[in-house]
Write a protein of this length. Structure first.
Lengths: 535, 208
């Protein structure tokens, strides 16, 4: 499409009203992603301060109160305001394109979801400006610690409202995505021809719609307990809260993982020059994972003595089966391919190599006798950062490098991308690997300090250095974005040789996405075309 | 129950498998990236195959066998660690409260309480099964003895019961910790552990 065909109005810089209230799914997806990324930077900054504090024994930079606020808002922001919204934002941008639709179903509801999430973020962070500070009870805010006698102050209430708002926002966006896949697929695009990434979004939104309501209920009960009392009564109340919270709290880690796995799968197929291997097995394993995610929450409660540990050990360990299938399919796609190690592929491979460490340690803590030692220690902190940073964040950068040309029309710089990648790998391993040993040696999580006699200083210093390397890597990424948007290298419609429909239109796509759709006969329609017409 | 020993035994099963999986995946990722890297003149993908159902089913069965194997090793250990004996050698009531520990010895009519500066010291004999009944007076805490690889949550209004057999005699400063975040003093909510030979323990117990 020539530029002249785009209505003049759309070529003007977006005006304020368009930024706030535009419902085009591409613009909305981009705005959702940018705000989520802003929260990622904010929460990352909090983590840097925490690492500085822990580098040496003794209190140097923060107070204990301040430290408690830092880890609470770090974790809360990463889950409620960054990872979930960023995962959904990818879907909002890409799902209509991948299924050949011209728009998002219920786009105004999704817009409302974005507003709610931002509002939730503002409410949560404004706790820092209240008299008693922001919430300071961790991202899962167990009762009775989070009850008003133990945690008075409006910052805690702000946190509860922030969580409710962001959860409602996520539910709205997820509902729109599901409706889009169900109702708006192009002719020929059957459910078993939708691309791998879109399938990952389908299972993601299924988990959001089933698990997030439990979070809203838990937060509602917590607020009622704080303001009225008598709701979460000892001894049953605190357990009820944990059940409700973890019924959300475990699926959410897959919510913030699967869209990025989907992106990695797309990248591996594209940069191996091969059709993604084992599509039916992958679809079944994704659905099995989503179903399984609803039955594993109790592994967060092994040490409560109030649940059936063996049942939850069984369901949690069983997740290695679908996870193993996903790894098999990614590696089999690379097998005998023609692999181009462009930046998106580097991050995809980094994802496979780093997430597996989080995966096997996840099976480790799914064994109750092992978990009795590791839970609430730095071992668990290391484990879930390998899944969330080594997995989700690596996968997110894979998605960014893969689709940045589609979204902006400009390529990111390869050289800076490589520097970004290797700094990320170095930084995350320096930061998180020492934590396995610290946890094994007895360092509990959520402590602002440790006695010098414990001998934990060396590993903690190493970890802090690693966190600075991660910060540097993110700076390199931001520089890359700035450079690539300033001195643009045009991407064209399909810079990578993509397999799916989003590569069959302009970069960025025009307002209704497509002028004409290629025939859809599989989950890789563009690859079908390429294979039919040899060059 | 010698929880430290049981933990060690189970890691002998889990650790080699975990390391092997990580190493194999790393080797495959790096190996494939190098082996199949695009080079000038290298032809298009030599395989257009995108499914291998029989291989995939066999692989799923193998994964299931791994999961089943891990569980058959985990369940008996869990049974042993969770079991409480009928007649423990010593009973200790552990009470957690913001942000200090108290250990009561009902049969010995003794109680261990720390001060602001000195943490509480848990005194136990070697070799005997020590029965802990753990509770909290306010929020949720957790009693963690890293040296024995054991931890239990302390809920207000609930009692957790578990047995631990302590090994060699010695003193471990800060050998016990609260591992469930419990507020401002969580960082410093530790206790020390003094493990005595049985005769010395009897002397300590009868010393008042």
């Amino acid at each position: 499409m020539s530029v002249a065909a785009v209505p003049t109005m759309l070529r003007r810089p977006p005006r304020l009203l368009g930024i706030v209230a535009g419902t085009d799914h591409k613009s909305l997806g981009l705005r959702m992603f940018v705000t989520a990324f802003g929260f990622f930077l904010g929460a990352g900054l909090l983590a840097l301060i925490m690492r500085l504090e822990l580098a040496a024994p003794g209190m140097q930079f923060t107070s204990k109160q301040g430290y408690d606020e830092l880890f609470t808002i770090h974790g809360s922001t990463m889950f409620y305001l960054f990872a979930t919204p960023a995962a959904l934002a990818l879907g909002v941008y890409l799902v209509p394109l991948q299924i050949g639709a011209s728009s998002l179903a219920g786009a105004r509801w999704a817009l409302g979801g974005w507003w709610l999430t931002i509002l939730g973020g503002i409410v949560m962070w404004s706790g820092f400006f209240t008299a008693r500070g922001a919430a300071d009870v961790g991202w899962y805010a167990f009762d009775p610690l989070s009850d008003s006698p133990h945690t008075p102050g409006v910052g805690m209430d702000f946190w509860i409202f922030g969580v409710i708002l962001s959860a409602l926002g996520a539910i709205l966006v997820a509902a729109c995505l599901l409706a889009t896949v169900v109702r708006k697929r192009a002719p020929g695009m059957t459910m078993l021809r939708i691309p791998v990434f879109t399938w990952s979004m389908v299972v993601t939104v299924l988990m959001v719609l089933t698990a997030f309501p439990a979070l809203v209920v838990a937060m509602g009960l917590l607020y009622a307990q704080r303001s009225l009392g008598g709701v979460l009564k000892v001894p049953g109340g605190p357990l009820t809260y944990q059940h409700l919270f973890w019924f959300y709290g475990h699926p959410v880690v897959y919510v913030v993982f699967f869209p990025f796995l989907g992106a990695v799968a797309e990248a591996i197929a594209i940069f191996s020059g091969r059709r993604f291997f084992g599509y039916p097995a992958l679809v079944v394993s994704l659905l099995a994972f989503a179903a399984g995610s609803m039955s594993v929450w109790g592994h967060h409660m092994f040490t409560t003595g109030a649940i059936s540990n063996r049942y939850f050990a069984l369901t949690s360990t069983g997740l290695l089966i679908p996870a193993g299938v996903e790894y098999f399919d990614c590696l089999a796609t690379m097998w005998r391919g023609v692999i181009r190690l462009r930046t998106p592929m580097l991050f995809a491979l980094g994802f496979l190599a780093m997430f597996v460490i989080g995966g096997v340690t996840g099976i480790w803590v799914a064994s109750p006798p092992l978990d009795y030692h590791e839970t609430d220690s730095y071992f668990v902190v290391a484990h879930f950062h390998y899944t969330l940073f080594g997995g989700s964040v690596m996968g997110m950068f894979c998605a960014i490098y893969l689709w940045f040309p589609k979204v902006t029309g400009a390529l990111l710089r390869e050289g800076l991308g490589r520097v970004h990648f290797w700094l990320t790998v170095l930084g995350l391993n320096l930061t998180f690997f020492p934590m396995f040993f610290l946890g094994q040696d007895g360092m509990p999580r959520r402590v602002a300090d440790y006695p010098s006699s414990m001998g934990w200083e060396g590993l903690n210093t190493l970890s802090t250095v690693g966190s600075d390397v991660v910060a540097l890597s993110v700076l390199v990424f931001l520089v890359n974005v700035a450079v690539s948007l300033t001195v643009r290298r045009p991407a064209g419609p399909d810079p990578w040789g993509g397999h799916t429909l989003e590569w069959a239109t302009d970069s960025p796509p025009p307002p209704r996405n497509f002028r004409a759709l290629p025939p859809v006969r599989s989950y890789a329609p563009l690859l079908d075309l390429a294979e039919e017409t040899p060059a | 129950m010698d929880t430290r020993h049981e933990f060690g035994d189970l890691t002998h099963t889990y650790l080699p498998i975990a390391v092997a999986v990580v190493v194999v995946v790393l080797l495959l990722v790096v190996g494939f990236a190098l082996r199949y890297r695009a080079r000038p003149g290298r032809p298009a993908p030599s395989s257009r195959r995108s499914e291998a159902p029989r291989l995939e089913i066999a692989y799923v069965l193998a994964l299931t066998a791994v999961a089943a194997f891990l569980l058959t090793r985990t369940f008996p250990v869990e049974g042993k660690v969770d079991r409480v004996v009928a007649h423990p050698g010593l009973e200790v009531h552990a009470i957690a409260g913001k942000w200090r520990w108290r250990f009561d010895y009902p049969a010995q009519h003794r109680s261990q309480v720390g001060t602001e500066t000195a943490p509480t010291t848990l005194v136990v004999p070697t070799g005997a099964t020590v029965r802990f009944t753990l509770t909290s007076v306010d929020v949720i805490h957790a009693m963690w003895i890293p040296g024995e690889r054991i931890k239990r949550d302390a809920f207000p209004g609930r009692i957790a019961t578990f047995d631990v057999v302590f090994g060699s005699p010695g003193f471990s400063r800060y050998g016990g910790e609260c591992s469930e975040f419990c507020g401002l003093g969580h960082t410093d909510m530790r206790f020390s552990i003094r493990v005595l030979a049985p005769a010395q323990f009897r002397a300590w117990a009868g010393s008042r």
